[in-house]
Design a protein around this ligand. Structure first.
Ligand code: HEC
Ligand code: HEC
Length: 172
């Protein structure tokens, strides 16, 4: 017989469980912490985070197929708006999406669901930088890219290796 207190506690836990019931996923979402103060849930939130951890269509947030954040340089927190993220999949289908004022971009599955591997490049005016190796299956750039860079993490996704002027006019 399970003591009543434990049954009640279990019921309480279930009542607060998010829509998804994968405990690993729940922990991964929790580890990302709360929303930043003053940034509403939406296109500008949680920059630099692995968007698809939540935006998988099963955890209460709308599903994305590919999403991430682009910064101006490798080591500063300045986001890079207006950068074109070019995605080319195994069927050579190309999809282009621009970053917003948070440096964020996201792709709706109905618009483009890549067949992997996925080749990635960034474009800003005539400047172009390519990721040498294709992505094999993960639609979140930040699953591999993040600060601080380490043996298991490429650094944040950036446009320029060294600081240089970047035109972010049109953004607050
Ligand atoms: C910790 C979970 C979590 C992470 C990580 C996360 N989001 Fe969200 N996001 C949400 C929730 C919850 C909502 C509100 C529900 C919704 O609108 O889908 C939301 C809403 C949004 C919306 C509005 C969707 C709509 O239907 O209008 C956009 C756009 C968005 N997020 C983009 C992003 C991007 C880009 C990233 C990564 C840089 C990201 N989110 C990371 C949880 C998250
Ligand atoms: C599976 C892990 C992984 C994922 C997912 C990933 N990247 Fe990368 N990325 C890397 C690694 C490792 C490098 C460095 C080696 C290379 O260029 O291939 C890199 C390099 C890059 C570079 C080149 C940087 C430079 O100047 O050398 C760009 C740009 C880039 N990634 C953008 C992206 C974007 C945008 C996404 C999301 C659509 C993404 N990456 C997803 C692992 C990943």
């Amino acid at each position: 017989m399970i003591p009543r207190a434990i049954r009640l506690a279990a019921a309480a836990l279930l009542a607060f469980a998010p829509a998804c019931d994968d405990p690993l996923q729940e922990r991964a979402i929790e580890a990302l912490g709360p929303e930043a103060p003053g940034v509403p849930r939406g296109p500008l939130h949680r920059r630099g985070q692995p968007c698809l951890t939540c935006h998988d269509g099963a955890s209460g947030a709308r599903a994305f197929s590919v999403a991430g954040t682009v910064y101006v340089t490798a080591s500063a927190p300045d986001p890079a708006p207006g950068v074109v993220v070019e995605l080319v999949d195994a069927d050579r289908r190309t999809f282009r999406v621009a970053t917003n004022c948070a440096g964020n971009f996201f792709v709706e599955p109905a618009d483009f669901t890549p067949r992997y591997p996925l080749f990635v490049a960034l474009e800003s005016g005539s400047y172009r930088v390519e990721m040498d190796t294709p992505v094999q299956r993960d639609g979140s750039c930040a699953s591999c890219h993040g600060e601080p860079a380490s043996r298991s993490k490429a650094g944040q996704v950036y446009l320029h290796a060294t600081p240089r002027p970047f035109d972010a006019s049109g953004c607050p």
